[in-house]
Design a protein around this ligand. Structure first.
Ligand SMILES: [Zn+2]
Length: 274
């Protein structure tokens, strides 16, 4: 790939909907700047919060209701049926409404369809920021999944890349598989607390002190998707490695001595004009 065929965005927006102090977006901003100085990075609040804040107050109420209804309708109802959506119940819409307005409600136990969620978010990006010159990366604590034709079921994901890109701080804990022994011992009756202690450091947990470091790689994947259409690398020591196991994710984002494989580092250096 030649650097003339790719175009860097002028702006990257990082939206903080993760609601965990373990995610330090200022540090990620610094990381991006260390590779690509010429991009302007803007840290923003939660994506929905930003969207609502630009609406006239009168319109806000009805728009929150509409989006709450849409979100509730994107819940995966059966993991083994593609697009198993249903007309949401009143309480489900109300739950989404509270979450949109107050944010503090946790969303454990709900799996949304990742690509449908992306499509919904995409429609809410302001017209003046709807071009490849603008890269929107949204952090969320919602868990989403994508349908796999291979085994015909939904799988939870850390991220879905597109316009915008979406990265989940719940997905990073729940999506990549933990060591096999973890599940074996769990089946044999070991408590989650005991197991978490025993396997500490072998997987990313909620409020993990390594979360920011790990997420630098996922932001880079989103950026590579934005510029080249391909967010991933086959090299297990490259931050662009698409890890399906916690062990591989820790190797690529934390243990590996270099951030990127040589070819990807070269692309970045070229893009930076160094
Ligand atoms: Zn690579």
């Amino acid at each position: 790939m030649s650097s003339s065929s790719v175009h860097l965005p002028s702006f990257i927006y990082l939206y903080n909907g993760a609601r965990t102090e373990s995610l330090n977006l200022a540090e990620i901003e610094g990381y991006l700047e260390s590779w690509l100085k010429q991009i302007k990075i803007e840290l923003r609040e939660d994506f929905f919060f930003c969207y609502f804040s630009h609406l006239p107050p009168k319109k806000k109420e009805t728009t929150v209701d509409e989006i709450a209804r849409k979100l509730a309708s994107l819940k995966v109802r059966q993991v083994n049926r593609n697009k198993s959506f249903a007309e949401p119940l009143g309480v489900e819409v109300e739950y989404e409404r509270r979450k949109l307005l107050h944010g503090k409600v946790k969303s454990f136990g709900i799996l949304y369809d990742g690509f449908e969620l992306l499509a919904l978010l995409s429609r809410l990006i302001p017209a003046e920021e709807l071009s490849l010159d603008h890269c929107h990366i949204i952090f969320t604590n919602q868990l989403f999944g994508t349908w796999s034709e291979d085994d015909r079921r939904y799988h939870a994901r850390v991220s879905v890349y597109g316009f915008p890109s979406l990265i989940s701080t719940t997905g990073i804990v729940e999506a990549p598989a933990k060591p096999r022994d973890f599940y074996l011992k769990q089946q044999l009756g070991a408590s989650l607390l005991t197991l978490k202690e025993e396997f500490k450091g072998k997987f990313i947990d909620y409020n993990d002190p390594h979360l920011t470091e790990v997420m630098k790689g996922y932001v880079m994947q989103a950026l590579f998707f934005h510029i080249t259409g391909n967010p991933f690398c086959k090299n297990k020591n490259c931050r662009l490695y698409n890890a399906h196991w916690q062990e591989d994710l820790i190797q690529a984002q934390l243990t590996s001595k270099s951030d990127f494989c040589l070819p990807h580092e070269k692309i970045l250096t070229r893009l930076a004009g160094r």
